[in-house]
Design a protein around this ligand. Sequence first.
Ligand code: ADP
Ligand code: MG
Length: 313
Amino acid sequence: MEAVLQVKNLKKSYKNYQAVDGLSFELYEGEILGFLGPNGAGKSTTINILSTILKKDSGEIKFFNKEITNNLKYIKSRIGIVPQDLAIYEDVSAYKNVEFFASLYGLRSEELRESVLEALRFVGLEDRKDDIPKIFSGGMKRRLNIACAIAHKPKIIIFDEPTVGIDPQSRNHILSSIKKLKAIGRTIIYTTHYMEEIEEISDRVIIMDKGKKIAEGTIPELLEQYKNTRVYKISIVLKDCNFKYDFLYEIEGIQKVELVDSCLAITIIKEVENLDKIILSLINRNIKISHMTSEEGNLELVFLDLTGRKLRD
Ligand code: ADP
Ligand code: MG
């Protein structure tokens, strides 16, 4: 597989805060690479550097085997960025918005018109092309933002959390249009803090935290080491902030216990049936249980295991 983007040891700090801390990765032609990380992980900083809005402190970035700084025009015409913050003009029509961005890449006359309409059709806004974004829902604005980024038919499209704060229908529309972009041969980076979305669309995943890559692989690869385990998440009413849970390790089959906020995440070996013992042990200590779920192999558990924290707080 050919790498269409290579990032080596990328670093960026804001004053004395290290937002991206030695990030290296490759993007392969035709794949959807999911970037999963909690708020503050450094996803947007990385993307803003890739889109050249932001300057890196150090590291190497090559698109299509070309150093980014010396080949700006060539690279920019071949990548499309959907920024986390909407970049659209609220008072001019959807059509004019897309036309403006597409024209920046040198598209003219009939080719421009067709590309704009195709992009609007792609995001399901063709019949709203003459309306102004001001009257659009959040989801429609997001979709317009995407149309602006893809009208010039870039080979690589980078999405920065495109589904935050929008309705489920627009969300589904966006996810399925990303799959369609892949089907027509585009290469995609998709960043989010929603693991369900990453699980739905990614071929490969990079998990980021505190500016670093903490895991990388296909979803089955990432879940491989968790395949024999299950996690009970038991929310308890915490009365004592020095609450100790060592007693749980006395129960057979328990591998790991973590307390995140007021939720006990108890990793057990799948074959061992010990839920009754766990609950009894809590009740015997007068611990009130307010909620419980049972989870198997998902990326949230990978993140929890690696960092001791939840993806979303
Ligand atoms: P993400 O997109 O994964 O949520 P960001 O790249 O936006 O993460 O931010 C990474 C870290 O850098 C955060 O701690 C954030 O507060 C900080 N940061 C981002 N932009 C700036 C800025 N312009 N000035 C100072 N700190 C910033
Ligand atoms: Mg961000």
